[in-house]
Design a protein. Structure first.
Lengths: 450, 450, 450
């Protein structure tokens, strides 16, 4: 096990577990810290460097789409790279310096080196007056511009009439880069897991998503899962559009999908439904969250947010929801320098991963059975599945799960259906079904076994 | 612009506006005051006189149905007119006089002129003991009778052993009269607007409905609307039955309908659903009220109330709901002399009209579009529909409306559907659709343009 | 009228009443008291003796199924009878004696007569430490065992090192016995009423169910009802399974069904839905309880409880719900010696019966009519169904019922549907329909009259 992803030693949910024990929350946080200093944008060397780090943990492949490629209504932009950028006094003192913080530069700023009057300069400076120590995050990918982000305190100290502004950037034909990992399952029906990789030094948005996706990929690679799992590490919007535009033949196989983002903050888990609203993934995530024991929130689909906007556009309309903790914009640190690794909690990362493992557990494990003795209740006692002594008033969840599986295994209900109707967690129903399937009472429906 | 309907000078909702600016609340109140002194019943000269006043404002036509005409299960009654009626002491002092208030006479009272013992007389007198200064309103259209309505205070002063009772009324073959105005639209599909015109000096019930219906008719007559609008000013029950029985061929064209009544009091707007319960008119009114910003109430259909009872009888079953403020019987002044013009509020009349104009705005404006770039989100920025600078956490309703229209213009959703799902007012969605339809991104679905 | 079931003298609901007035609560309690001393188990002479008592009140027939008969997944067990059983000190003092209380013996205990060390004995003794004066109820029908139930106080006094244990029982081929009563209706469509009869001295569970079922059978036997009614008095589980396995040809006729149990305690009525969840019986019971005026509870189906487990097994799936007051296990006295006749309340028994009579009233009385004058409201006044004087603001439920029946008698709504939509009790709607059917306004739909 490499640095960055260490194994959890105790207590995490094992509803579904591959041969690799799930990485711990602090292991995922180490990966976040490793990736935090890298400067990323929607194109450029930072994304490649980031994928290079991930390749230490998972066999993710790097894909490159040339600048100028038409992807649906969009064109892949030129590749933008930056070496240095600063604002200095005329006597050479650097007062805002990209070397000090990745957020200081507005993305896709054009190259320049000139003295600028303070009035003109102010129109290119971005601050957060309400949080005077924080630096905001700004981009201008598709509109030629330049600018710096700085703290309000820095701005307040800028009293000179003019400053030298240097941006040593380049915008030229190159590539858009993204990462893709296919874990081939026993069938080609696919679970899509997508997370955005374009943000620079912002920890929750979205190094948390990258770290949890990486951990999930490790967990499910062995033994071979039932479904295939396709992980995408893509620059927001243009990355998912590029993948969709060049992989339309693969879309029909996608049966479940999740966009992962903002999974490391202290807030409760939030699930945003797919555009379809009642797709199997929506039912499954709702079920898992209902039985999680911690508060959580389910919100309807809206056409704003992360790459679910693309996966759920009307001409694509995949069953893709979005798993988050606090929603984007719902915490003041969002898109500021305060969204740094200290903002993350190891137990939140671990809990986010555990929820995902339970979701995968239902996806992998759901199936339908047939009650082979459907007239009246079968005699569980002589099969060792019922207590011998009668008369007590209560039975436990374990016994209720047996009765529910028998009662609803009528060819019309899957184990998830049964769990939902019984108000019991999927894992209890699956345990009961497994016990019953070991007797003559329950048989898998053909072509439907997990 | 004649007296009675003056133009609002500022601020009313312009979601839909014809060439005539909407009449103001005080303008509608002036019309109420003009109509208040006229004595109306289900037949007789008062209805004709009332329609004559309305003809100063709108080209409503007067229809006459002869007494004895069979209308479904009913027969148009004889025409009843009254010249004078009073109760006097034997020495000639009039103590209850129809000349003093229109409500003093029970409608369809038979003619008489005789001295009546107080005990017999009392059985023909109607008061409101709980509101001793108010005179109630009573009718006996279909059962031969006579009677007077008076205040409890008047009754308490009647200490003589006998009184002279004079009713100078006539009941003879004639006509039932109602008003009809068809605003022919670009198609024959029709919006029915019906209001009852049979009540004498009662301001909210229903001079308010008559005034608001008149104002609405003025607003929508030009430019030619998409739908045809049929306004009916009918005596309650027998009037709507008469129209229905003689116009069955027109019923299939009625796609939306509203009964208007009690629209001038200070209470919140109440909408009573059609018998169908989920007809388009029910959805539209619910939508408009949800976004109105003032409290409102939606109640289910019941087979009691105004003429929706007839339009929603099982053999007719039109999609007709009822728009009111406080429901009939829900305010103590209902059907008493206290329901006079002072009980009405100009701003309530104006608000009722504004709600109706918004309802008309949705009826007229709803349509479906097709997203011409349905795979992924289109690039709004290069079409001038998106801010250039990225990174801010929130977007406004205006931008959300653009995204919703694009996301749901899949051939299955009209603008009203989109507004409902987005939780945004119809007008916002329509504005967004108009902006998108001006680009290459959105095209109207054939045969469905507003 | 025999001892045990006396006639109610006043006030009980007469929605449906046969020629026999409904038995009173105290009459039903007398029957409970008569049956209480009899020792019952799932087989044996006690069930026969119990049915013998019931035959004094209703013509229930005794059915016998031989030991060894295969009923679905089960085998009818040998017949178990017991003459005496006790634990005595070695000097002969009986300290736990079956003669003192029927609950002292674990059902199906094997015969024995030997001295047992206290340590071994303790493993065969059952108490309720939290209720030290109460004796629990325990069974071991299908697993060879023996044991005694006693109060914790009794156990605390057992300080000897060894005791003599005598169980004079027999387990040998014989029969399973149950009672069946078919009240043949005008059609073969059947209402199933099933109650369990296997418990010994437990009053609420289920002598209350037996007494209420007996009373109900008396009430509906004359005049001949529309539906056939099949009453089953069966040992729990094995009894209902035996009936089902030997009467599969009759199942298709069962249109409604209720399991009755625990109907005499002071708690609110609880209805547990059938497995189908929205079967007519579920709608009917919900309707009756909603209008009962007392609190009640509707709970979803679960595959645990009484014989609804068998009737609602997936291969049977009959529309059978369960009517109870407090649910099994929901009161501390459940399955203990404290569930004795003093625990029951006559008014609870009477109320349970009244609810059942109302349910039968809807089953028997529901039908659909056709409004013969469906266009507009018919003129009720000239048929004597409407007050003559108009203008009052409110109308009573009685008049609303007339209007609802007319409005919804469109061939798509039964009287129950109308009652549900109107929010009025079925009886009011039925009264209105009867009044209207006596005029030319309403006619029964063919093949659907009550």
């Amino acid at each position: 096990m490499e640095r960055g992803i260490t194994v959890a030693r105790n207590g995490s949910d094992k509803t579904y577990s591959g041969p690799n024990d799930p990485p711990s929350g602090s292991g995922m946080l180490q990966l976040v810290e490793e990736l935090y200093p890298i400067f990323r944008s929607i194109t450029g060397s930072g994304v490649r460097q980031t994928l290079g780090v991930l390749q230490k943990y998972i066999p993710v492949e790097m894909r490159e789409v040339p600048s100028g490629t038409q992807v649906f209504d969009w064109t892949v932009p030129q590749e933008w790279n930056i070496r240095q950028a600063f604002i200095a006094t005329l006597d050479g003192k650097r007062i805002v310096d990209f070397a000090a913080h990745n957020l200081h530069i507005v993305h896709y700023s054009e190259p320049m080196d000139r003295v600028v009057e303070i009035d003109e300069l102010r129109r290119h400076l971005h601050t957060i007056p309400d949080a005077p120590e924080w630096v905001p995050y700004r981009t201008s990918y598709y509109s030629k511009s330049w600018g710096f982000c700085l703290s309000q305190k820095q701005l307040d100290r800028m009293t000179e009439p003019r400053y030298r502004v240097v941006i040593d950037s380049s915008l030229q034909d190159g590539h858009l880069t993204y990462g893709e990992l296919l874990v081939q399952g026993r069938c080609d029906e696919t679970v899509l897991v997508s997370t955005h990789i374009c943000h620079p030094s912002l920890a929750n948005d979205n190094l948390s998503g990258i770290a949890v996706a990486t951990a999930l990929a490790r967990c499910i690679s062995e033994p071979q899962p039932r479904y295939s799992y396709r992980f995408l590490f893509v620059p927001g919007t243009i990355g998912s559009l590029s993948w969709l535009a060049t992989n339309e033949d693969k879309l029909q196989n996608i049966k479940y999908g999740l966009v992962l983002s903002c999974l490391g903050d202290a807030g409760d888990v939030t699930y945003k439904r797919s555009r379809q609203g009642t797709a199997p993934i929506d039912r499954i995530v709702s079920h898992v969250l209902r039985h999680d024991g911690r508060p959580s929130k389910i919100v309807p689909f809206t056409p704003f947010g992360y790459d679910e906007r693309q996966y759920c556009s009307p001409g694509i309309d995949l069953p893709v929801g979005c798993l988050m903790r606090t929603q984007p914009g719902g915490y003041p640190e969002y898109h500021t320098s305060a969204d740094n690794p200290e903002y993350l909690r190891p137990d939140s990362l671990a809990h986010s991963l555990a929820i995902l493992q339970q979701i995968v557990g239902v996806i992998e494990g759901d199936a339908s059975y047939r009650n082979c003795s459907p007239k009246g209740e079968p005699q569980l006692g002589r099969r060792g599945l019922y207590r011998a002594m009668g008369g007590q008033s209560a039975v436990g969840d374990q016994h209720m799960a047996l009765l529910w599986v028998l009662n609803l295994s009528d060819g019309k209900h899957s184990m998830l259906d049964i769990a939902e109707q019984a108000g019991l967690p999927f894992a209890s129903i699956r345990t009961a079904a497994t016990a019953l399937a070991a007797t003559d009472l329950l048989a898998p429906l053909s072509n439907n076994s997990p």
